[in-house]
Design a protein around this ligand. Structure first.
Ligand code: FES
Length: 172
């Protein structure tokens, strides 16, 4: 009886050790592939400063290689950004991804506001909310200027943010 109990105990311990040995590398692989699928903040050179018309938002595509948990895709659009140069030359950049549920935000020149066609969210030119179901304004992105061959270029740190919440929380 004691021997049977001991063998049962040994089998249980061996089973637990075996399961751990199998699970640890599998978990590591799963976490690393999920991490690879996340988009980190990255700088993109979008436009020459002199080419931007003051006071008029212009949309620029972000072109990059998309990598998800399992696959590397060829370069293509992964998002877009609204750039505006103020009269004093200050640059603002907003992600065109709607903070409600992620549709692409458009700009309506006549009304001078941003508009998301999916659920009729509207935003001021400074990204603030006017009306609609969104819980926060448009997601502003960091910008900087870089001199390339004597010309000033606008760089944007593109990033994605969690939709549907009031807080601006970066993904990845
Ligand atoms: S996704 Fe833009 S309003 Fe809903």
């Amino acid at each position: 009886m004691r021997r049977r109990k001991f063998l049962k105990y040994c089998t249980g311990v061996l089973g637990a050790v075996y399961a751990t040995v199998l699970a640890v590398p599998g978990l590591g692989f799963l976490l690393s592939t999920l991490k690879r699928g996340q988009l980190k903040e990255q700088k993109y050179q979008l436009a020459k400063l002199d080419d931007l018309e003051p006071g008029v938002p212009q949309r620029f595509s972000i072109i990059d290689q998309r990598v998800d948990a399992w696959t590397k895709y060829p370069s293509g659009p992964i998002g877009s950004v609204w750039l505006t140069k103020a009269q004093d030359g200050t640059i603002t950049a907003f992600s065109s991804t709607c903070p409600h549920l992620g549709c692409v935000i458009d700009y309506v020149p006549g009304d001078e506001e941003f508009f998301c066609p999916c659920h009729a969210a509207t935003f001021q030119p400074d990204g603030g909310t006017v009306s609609g179901p969104q819980l926060r304004g448009m997601d502003e992105l960091k910008t900087s200027l870089k001199k390339v061959r004597g010309e000033q270029w606008v760089e944007v740190e593109y990033q994605k943010f969690e939709p549907g919440i009031a807080e601006k929380k970066a993904l990845g």
